[in-house]
Design a protein around this ligand. Structure first.
Ligand SMILES: [Fe+2]
Ligand SMILES: [Fe+2]
Length: 221
């Protein structure tokens, strides 16, 4: 993933506007994660795990604000709109912990690469945000792995299941965005190909617009 993230980072962080858009995307992801953690805390019977979920939610809230503030400094509106909160119910406790653990581990690698790219680009202020969040993400990856080991009979199988589920979600997102792209391209193609026909019809059958005078009434003859 490092090579892919490095290449994608170089492309997606080339200008302040692109950095701002990326910051906004991270703010949404962190806010979504916060909502998932809050609901997870409310649904677990294990008080230690509930307190770890709550601390995690608090961390993600800070992360979301940090990214949104930087996005605002770079010209975005900084509004954070995110969905979340359904993951635990959807996956069950073991797969949820496996999924969150993998997401946090991926975030650490991604943050390191993006921090490096931003530093090379001279945007040390944005780079510092990623650096400041790394300790939190490392703690999130660590406690979710420990909790997974205590909850799951076969943690390795749960990690495999979570990876498959994550790949399936990525595939669904890709097909949805591809379908939307094809739909938009098809609509434009149809519009552009029908334009000459519409122009010709307008020319051969001009539409009368504005006030239309009625025919003068005929008097008795
Ligand atoms: Fe985070
Ligand atoms: Fe995290």
């Amino acid at each position: 993933m490092d090579l892919w993230t490095a290449a994608a980072s170089r492309l997606s962080l080339r200008s302040p506007a692109r950095v701002a858009a990326r910051m906004s995307a991270f703010a949404r992801a962190e806010r979504g994660s916060q909502l998932d953690m809050l609901l997870a805390a409310s649904q677990t019977q294990d008080l230690t795990l509930a307190s770890q979920f709550l601390r995690h939610a608090h961390d993600e809230s800070r992360h979301a604000r940090a990214f949104a503030n930087r996005a605002r400094e770079l010209g975005e509106d900084g509004w954070i709109h995110a969905d979340g909160g359904r993951l635990l119910r959807q996956l069950g406790p073991a797969k949820f912990l496996a999924f969150v653990h993998q997401g946090e581990a991926r975030a650490i690698q991604r943050f390191l690469v993006i921090q490096d790219t931003l530093t090379q680009n001279g945007d040390t202020r944005s780079a510092a945000i990623f650096g400041a969040l790394l300790d939190d993400e490392t703690r999130h990856a660590s406690y979710t792995r420990t909790a997974l080991d205590s909850v799951a009979e076969n943690p390795a199988a749960e990690l495999r299941n979570a990876r498959r589920w994550s790949l399936w979600q990525g595939y669904r997102r890709l097909t949805a965005s591809t379908a939307k792209g094809l739909h938009d391209a098809g609509a434009w193609l149809l519009y552009l190909s029908l334009f000459p026909l519409a122009f010709w019809l307008r020319w051969v059958r001009p539409v009368r617009s504005g006030w239309v005078e009625s025919a003068p009434e005929r008097g008795p003859q």
